[in-house]
Design a protein. Structure first.
Length: 265
C-alpha cells in the first residue's frame, strides 16, 4: 500500500497541482509486471477517487481509479457497519460527493442536524465557527465523532502543511470532551480495509509512506511491514529517532529504490 503525499507525489498546499516523486511510476510498473497487488490510500479526503486518479495519471503515475482509496472510502464502510443513517459532514463538496456515491446520507453544517447520528470531519478549508458549533452540538447530543484524519501534517512541494481536519477535530474535541475516531491512517479500520482490498493478511501488507504516525504507527500496531521513505517531510535522521511504535522496518530514499530493495529490478 502506497501513501500519496510525500510518497508517490508532492502537491501544492492548495492541492491544485501534482509532481510525481522520481522513480514512482517505474516502481508501480515493476509491481504490475510481476503481478504483485498494490493500492494507494491517501489521508487526503478532498476528492473522490474517480476525480483524483486521473490527475495522478496526468503526471505519469499508472494509478487506475479502482486502486486509489481515501478515508472517505473507509468511512463509508465504518458508517454502514455502525448503522449510522444521517451524517453531519464538515468537508468540501468533493468530500460530500465521495460519500454520497458510496451510499452515505450527508447533511451540511448549515442544515438540520438534530437527527444526525454521526459527525464526519474531513478536508474543509472554508470551515467557520457556525460549522464547528453544529458539529459540537451533534456530538454533545450523542452523535458518533468520525474523522478522515487526525494527523497534523502532510508533505507538499512548499514544505510541511497542516491538515484542516486535525485542527477542526481539536476544536470539537476541546468543547465536547470526545476524541474523534479516524477512518484514515493510522486507524485499524484503514489497515483492515487495505488488507481486504489486497486480499491478503494484514501481516503481509507492506505499508509505504513518509509519515511516522500515519503509516508507520499503523503498520506497527497492525502487525504489517513498515517501509519508510525520505521523499516527504521525514528525513533519515528523523526516522532513526522514532519510538518503537513508529519505527519502520526499512528506510529508503524514495520508492524508486523499492524494486531494487525487493530484488525486483
Amino acid at each position: 500500500m502506497f501513501d500519496l503525499d510525500g510518497t508517490l507525489i508532492l502537491s501544492n498546499r492548495k492541492l491544485g497541482s501534482y509532481d510525481a516523486i522520481p522513480g514512482a511510476a517505474e516502481a508501480l510498473r515493476h509491481l504490475d509486471d510481476l503481478g504483485v497487488p498494490w493500492i494507494a490510500l491517501t489521508n487526503g479526503s478532498a476528492y473522490a477517487s474517480r476525480v483524483q486518479a486521473p490527475r495522478l495519471r496526468e503526471v505519469g503515475l499508472p494509478v487506475p481509479d479502482e486502486r486509489l482509496f481515501t478515508p472517505n472510502s473507509v468511512a463509508a464502510k465504518v458508517i454502514a457497519d455502525g448503522g449510522y443513517e444521517k451524517v453531519l459532514v464538515l468537508g468540501t463538496d468533493g468530500v460530500v460527493d465521495a460519500l454520497e456515491e458510496l451510499g452515505v446520507t450527508c447533511v451540511p453544517p448549515s442544515g438540520d442536524h438534530k437527527d444526525c447520528d454521526a459527525v464526519y470531519i474531513a478536508w474543509h478549508p472554508d470551515c467557520s465557527m457556525p460549522h464547528i458549533h453544529a458539529a459540537c452540538e451533534a456530538v454533545l447530543d450523542g452523535a458518533a465523532f468520525l474523522t478522515a484524519s487526525d494527523v497534523p501534517f502532510f508533505a507538499t512541494k512548499e514544505g510541511r502543511s497542516f491538515g484542516y481536519s486535525c485542527a477542526i477535530n481539536g476544536a470539537v474535541s476541546r468543547v465536547t470532551g470526545v476524541e474523534p475516531q479516524p477512518t484514515g491512517k493510522p486507524s485499524a479500520h484503514a489497515l483492515d480495509f487495505i488488507a481486504d482490498q489486497l486480499g491478503i493478511a494484514k501481516e503481509d501488507v507492506g505499508v509505504v509512506g513518509d509519515d511516522a504516525t500515519a503509516e508507520m504507527q499503523m503498520a506497527r500496531e497492525g502487525g504489517a511491514i513498515g517501509i519508510a521513505v525520505t521523499s516527504g517531510f521525514t528525513s533519515a535522521e528523523e526516522w532513526a529517532q522514532q519510538p518503537a511504535n513508529k519505527t519502520p522496518h526499512v528506510v529508503i530514499e524514495n520508492i524508486g529504490e523499492l524494486a531494487a530493495r525487493m530484488g525486483l529490478g
